[in-house]
Write a protein that binds this ligand. Structure first.
Ligand code: NAP
Length: 249
């Protein structure tokens, strides 16, 4: 597909975690159509295998539970074995866990941080040497509006996303001079299966508070990810870009 980005993405290699989810899949499809070589991860084996049936060009998949020790090194090794380099990392996989603060168990708190913060951090650490070698890198972490403003019943999730955003800013400050940018996309409410778990009456109430009067789409997140992954975004670094229809400006 010829677009304004076509030449930018020639021979680029990207890792997208959580590509079996709604937002990850939208990013994967857009990147695939632009000719980016892809290493896609998911947890569910069947869903992960299905990804490569629809995306046939230079797309490899790994089904892996990110909470397992060494998951990050397996993902990086597979990418290097297949493509020999890594240009773009999209840390998108997450557990979107809700629960009252008082009832949040140690186990759930640790698991949330393991998948939403610790493993994205380790993936950034592990891709860095390859990006430094090429003097080019785009790291995009999918955080959340909840990590910016907090949300009732989402204390562990919000904290894990805030931690990832803070780390991203620091890493951006360290490596900007080496051609590597680190930015976050912080979605508000996006039309995904996560939204379907929320009470419709409550959702309607929130929708009426959104200046755009609608929820976002996974494709809108994917368009922003595409821009941030491109060379056009070279002067955007260490930012948390909200994409929420104007909610909580
Ligand atoms: N949806 C929203 O409105 C919204 C709002 C703000 C932020 N976000 C953020 O956007 C990102 C994507 O959200 P989404 O709505 O697309 O979520 P989703 O549909 O639930 O997808 C989550 C993805 O993460 C993967 N994942 C979960 N636990 C994993 C584990 N232990 N190991 C490996 N992979 C695991 C899932 O794999 P399997 O499907 O294979 O299990 C899936 O691919 C997340 O970072 C989320 O926090 C979403």
């Amino acid at each position: 597909m010829k677009t304004e980005y076509s030449n930018y993405f020639d021979n680029k290699v990207a890792i997208i975690t959580g590509a079996t989810g709604d937002i990850g899949l939208a990013i994967a499809k857009k990147f695939h159509d632009l000719g980016i070589k892809l290493l896609l991860t998911g947890k569910n084996e069947e869903k992960t295998n299905n990804l490569s049936k629809n995306m046939v060009n230079d797309t490899y998949t790994i089904s892996i539970d990110l909470s397992l020790p060494g998951a990050e090194t397996k993902i990086i090794k597979s990418t290097i074995d297949k493509f020999g380099k890594i240009d773009i990392l999209i840390n998108n996989a997450a557990i979107i866990h809700g629960g009252l603060f008082i009832k949040t168990s140690d186990e759930m708190l640790r698991k949330t941080f393991e998948i939403n913060f610790f493993k994205p951090y380790k993936l950034m650490q592990n891709v860095l040497p390859y990006m430094l070698k090429n003097k080019f890198g785009r790291i995009i972490n999918i955080t959340s509006l909840a990590g910016e403003i907090g949300d009732a019943g989402m204390s562990a999730y919000s904290a894990s996303k805030a931690a990832l955003a803070a780390a991203s800013k620091s890493i951006a400050a360290e490596y900007g001079k080496r051609g590597i940018t680190v930015n976050c996309i912080a979605p508000g409410l996006i039309e995904t299966k996560a939204l379907k778990t929320i009470n419709p009456a409550y959702l309607n109430l929130i929708k009426n508070q959104i200046p755009s009067r609608r929820f976002g789409t996974p494709e809108e997140i994917a368009s922003l990810a595409t821009y941030l992954a491109s060379e056009k975004s070279a002067y955007i670094n260490g930012q948390i870009i909200n994409i929420n229809g104007g909610l909580y400006r």
